[in-house]
Design a protein around this ligand. Structure first.
Ligand code: NAG
Length: 239
């Protein structure tokens, strides 16, 4: 009984201390309920569910942190807003009808892609390698394409061959302005970028870490890392 009262008091405390920026309380609590409902990897039917499953794990971790600090709660609020925005505002791109990809490339999220799993190169050398086969490092803008890429990487990059994967983004021109090699701005936040330590959002490495990678250690969430790191290039035909 005493435990129950304590729990109820804790929950009330959580509700009262949610960040003030959380205007759309109804939406967020609905999203929270749907994220916290049990999902198991066996019943993942589509890519959106895969993304949700990943975010559920992140959220569960963030809730643990939130039990210990108010700033953790703010992080949860920020996470929920980012997840909601990513899942509601961005639609999966239309899979264009196009000719079959050639030369080992596979159609992933509407583009021809090839993960060079046996190569370990710097970011710059990875670009050159991709260019030599008529491509360049991969870029993406929306959660649907990101999920398709994760699915492809996960499928062919088994645990025994686990490699981090270069994608074509950097902030080597202006610090903290992350752009794709196409010149477009990269998406920021969840569900694209990971976190480190106490949910410090990536990118966080300042001028030492100018290149973007799908980081094996953090379930292939994007991280910033030194451009001289050795990883497997993910090539994409851009035209
Ligand atoms: C990273 O990029 C910044 C510009 O954004 C540059 O000043 C810095 O020298 C670069 N760092 C490395 C290690 O190349």
């Amino acid at each position: 009984m005493a435990l129950f009262v304590l729990l109820a008091a804790m929950l009330a405390g959580v509700a009262a201390s949610l960040p003030s920026g959380l205007d759309e309380n109804a939406d967020v609590s609905m999203l929270q309920r749907s994220l916290l409902s049990p999902l198991s990897s066996e019943c993942v039917n589509n890519l959106a569910e895969l993304l949700l499953l990943r975010q559920e794990v992140k959220l569960a971790e963030a809730v643990e942190v939130g039990r210990e600090s108010l700033s953790g709660l703010n992080d949860i609020g920020a996470y929920l807003r980012e997840i909601r925005d990513a899942l509601t505002q961005r639609e999966a791109p239309q899979e264009e009808e196009r000719t079959q990809c050639t030369g080992g490339f596979r159609l992933v999220g509407g583009k021809c892609m090839l993960l060079l799993l046996n190569e370990r190169k710097t970011w710059g050398d990875s670009r050159i390698h991709c260019q030599q086969i008529g491509a360049d490092l991969a870029t993406f803008q929306d959660a649907g394409t990101f999920a398709a890429i994760l699915d492809y990487v996960k499928e062919i990059n088994g645990p025994d061959k686990g490699a981090s994967v270069w994608v074509g983004g950097s902030d080597g021109v202006v610090e903290d302005v992350w752009t794709w090699l196409t010149g477009e701005y990269m998406p920021r936040g969840s569900p694209f970028w990971g976190t480190r330590n106490n949910y410090t959002p990536e990118p966080s490495g300042g001028t030492n870490e100018n290149c973007s990678i799908l980081y094996k250690t953090d379930y292939y969430y994007m991280h910033d890392i030194s451009c001289t790191f050795a990883a497997a290039p993910l090539c994409m035909k851009h035209n």
